[in-house]
Design a protein around this ligand. Structure first.
Ligand code: GTS
Length: 214
């Protein structure tokens, strides 16, 4: 299998943590995509993922799979022993619900803020980020505020349970963690009052898969 991504970036990190959790790294060939150079916005890459984002998984039969959630589901079920996406119907439902909240309330708003209200990845990518639109800074700032509200939401969640989707570490934790890494990229701090979220972050940082992702 191949993964098209760029090391160290937040969404690719999600999958690299999954690969480490599942001990699958040796089965993957990584193909680096030049994000600051906007390689992911060129026709060759858009042919494999029309949304123009990384990561993308390519199966051995040539099939391309995009979206971290779907890639995680695929990898987690490869060995018939899912550890990150739940086993019972109820577990699966809660994990997917919480991971979607992590994307829509934290990771995605941080990304919009980063790309539209800050210099983002630099001049090479800015032409693809609505440069003519006067409201882009304000819109990005609203997404920044949404992301901070998301941090406060997850702080509340983590006051009553050890992990984002309950008792076990899951895909939802990986998405929140990557969202906070992205917030760091964007110099967006976790509010000091979010003590449960900060403690959870420190705990997750100690996981071998997070210390040494694929
Ligand atoms: N929903 C997508 C997923 O789950 O895979 C999001 C993927 C995504 O936004 N990837 C970022 C990207 O390709 C990479 S990262 O920097 O966020 O980690 N961004 C390119 C761009 O031009 O915004």
């Amino acid at each position: 299998m191949k993964i098209f991504d760029i090391p160290g970036f937040p969404n690719p990190l999600r999958i690299r943590i999954v690969l480490a959790e599942k001990s699958l790294a040796s089965r993957i060939e990584f193909i680096k995509i030049d994000l600051p150079g906007a390689e992911h916005k060129q026709p060759a890459f858009l042919a494999i993922n029309p949304t123009g984002t990384v990561p993308v998984l390519q199966l051995d039969d040539g099939t391309y799979i995009s979206e971290c959630t779907v890639i995680t589901d695929y990898l987690d079920n490869l060995d018939g022993n899912p550890t990150l996406t739940g086993t019972t119907l109820k577990e699966k439902a809660i994990i997917h619900m919480m991971q979607k909240r992590a994307e829509s309330e934290l990771a995605d708003p941080v990304g919009i803020y980063f790309h539209h209200s800050t210099p983002g990845l630099g001049a090479g990518l800015q032409p693809y980020k609505s440069p003519e639109w006067e409201g882009r800074i304000e819109w990005g700032n609203r997404q920044r505020d949404k992301a901070v509200a998301g941090m406060k939401y997850f702080d509340q969640v983590l006051r009553s349970q050890p992990y984002v989707a309950g008792e076990q570490f899951s895909m939802a934790d990986i998405t929140v963690y990557a969202g906070l890494v992205f917030a760091g990229f964007a110099s967006l701090a976790i509010p000091q009052a979010c003590t449960a979220l900060l403690a959870w972050q420190a705990k997750v940082q100690e996981r071998p898969s997070v210390k040494n992702p694929a």
